[in-house]
Design a protein around this ligand. Structure first.
Ligand code: SF4
Length: 136
């Protein structure tokens, strides 16, 4: 369940189970995303547009936003699958994840899929490829 961090004109949502510490957020807006501070996300320290732009760089879907007018992120049309060497598959677009028998598991714009087979959060990457010395 994502945790909400309220801002002025934009709210940020963080789902810890999906974060694999790729640090796009920390590098993009260090005054907002600071793992040392509590709370570690401080949305008031950047503009709504800067927050939205940085959040959309999170490759796993751990971060999302909702603007004050109720709009949230839409797929950016860049539909892509990116293979991370020795790591997950980053998928971007209008992504739907379903169980083999059909039920919807997730509808998102960004996900990171396990490729090593060791994740405890399948089908999502949980960084288990690092401990298992996955090569591929
Ligand atoms: S960009 Fe996403 S996956 Fe990377 S550290 Fe931030 S929340 Fe985690």
């Amino acid at each position: 369940m994502p945790r909400k961090y309220s801002g002025d004109r934009i709210d940020v949502f963080f789902e810890a189970a999906l974060c694999i510490h790729a640090k796009e957020c920390v590098h993009g807006l260090p005054d907002v995303f600071d793992p040392v501070k509590r709370p570690w996300i401080q949305p008031l320290n950047a503009s709504a547009d800067a927050l939205a732009e940085t959040i959309q760089r999170c490759p796993t879907g751990a971060l999302h936003y909702e603007r004050g007018d109720g709009t949230s992120e839409a797929a950016d049309g860049s539909d892509s699958v990116t293979l991370v060497p020795n790591g997950p598959l980053y998928v971007r677009g209008d992504v739907t994840v379903r169980l083999p028998d059909g039920p919807l598991v997730r509808h998102d714009t960004r996900i990171a899929l396990c490729r090593c087979g060791q994740s405890k959060n399948k089908p999502y990457c949980d960084n288990s490829h690092i401990g298992s010395a996955f090569s591929g």
